[in-house]
Design a protein around this ligand. Structure first.
Ligand code: F6R
Ligand code: MN
Length: 173
C-alpha cells in the first residue's frame, strides 16, 4: 500500500471521550502523543469494499487504556475486524447494552450493522487489526460522543477490567 492514506489520531483528538479529562490535558501538555494510526487503502478494494489497518499504541489516559474514538456507520452496514498483532478488544454498543470481545492475532470479529464500535489496546505491545467495511458507510462520531459506549476499559493491576457505565447520555465521566 505505497499510496495508502495515513491518519494519526493524537491524545487531543480524544477530547470529550475519556473518563478523566484532566489526565488527558496532562498527556496533551506532555507532547500530545499519537494514540493510534489508521492506514487506509485508497479507493478500497473492488466492489465497494474498504480496507484499513489500525494500530493502537500501548498507553492510557489516567487508567483508561488507549482506544479509538468509536463510531456508528450511518448506513448501518456491517464490518469485519481481523486481529494481526498484540492483544486488544472490541467494544460494541447498541445504545442500551455494551459487549466486549477480546481479540488476539488471527481472531475475527463481526460488527453487526447499526452497532457503535470502539477498539482498545489491553496488551503490552501495539495492537493492530485489519478492518473490512463497505465504502461510503459514513462514520458518525457524534453518537458515541453523546451517549458513550456503555462501558470503559481500564488498567487493573497487570491486566484490565471492563467497567459498565451505562448509556447515561454522556461520553465523559
Ligand atoms: C472503519 C473502522 C476502522 C476505524 C479505525 C479508527 O469502519 O471501523 O477502520 O475507522 O479503527 O477508529 P475510529 O474511526 O473510531 O477513530
Ligand atoms: Mn467502522
Amino acid at each position: 500500500m505505497t499510496d495508502a492514506r495515513v491518519d494519526e489520531i493524537r491524545a487531543s483528538d480524544l477530547r470529550g471521550l475519556v473518563a478523566d479529562p484532566r489526565a488527558l490535558d496532562a498527556l496533551v501538555a506532555h507532547g500530545d502523543p499519537v494514540v493510534y494510526r489508521v492506514v487506509t487503502a485508497p479507493g478500497g478494494l473492488a466492489d465497494g469494499v474498504g480496507l484499513a489497518v489500525t494500530t493502537i499504541e500501548r498507553g492510557s489516559v489516567g487508567d483508561e487504556l488507549f482506544m479509538t474514538r468509536g463510531h456508528v456507520h450511518r448506513d448501518a452496514s456491517a464490518e469485519t475486524y481481523v486481529c494481526t498483532e498484540g492483544v486488544g478488544g472490541l467494544l460494541l454498543s447498541d445504545g442500551a447494552r455494551a459487549e466486549w470481545i477480546e481479540l488476539r492475532p488471527g481472531d475475527v470479529a463481526s460488527i453487526p450493522g447499526g452497532r457503535a464500535h470502539r477498539t482498545v489496546n489491553v496488551g503490552r505491545e501495539r495492537f493492530s487489526f485489519l478492518a473490512v467495511f463497505e465504502l461510503g458507510a459514513g462514520n458518525d462520531y457524534e453518537t458515541v460522543a453523546k451517549r458513550g459506549m456503555g462501558a470503559r476499559v481500564l488498567r487493573s493491576g497487570d491486566g484490565y477490567r471492563v467497567v459498565d457505565t451505562g448509556h447515561a447520555g454522556r461520553a465523559t465521566g
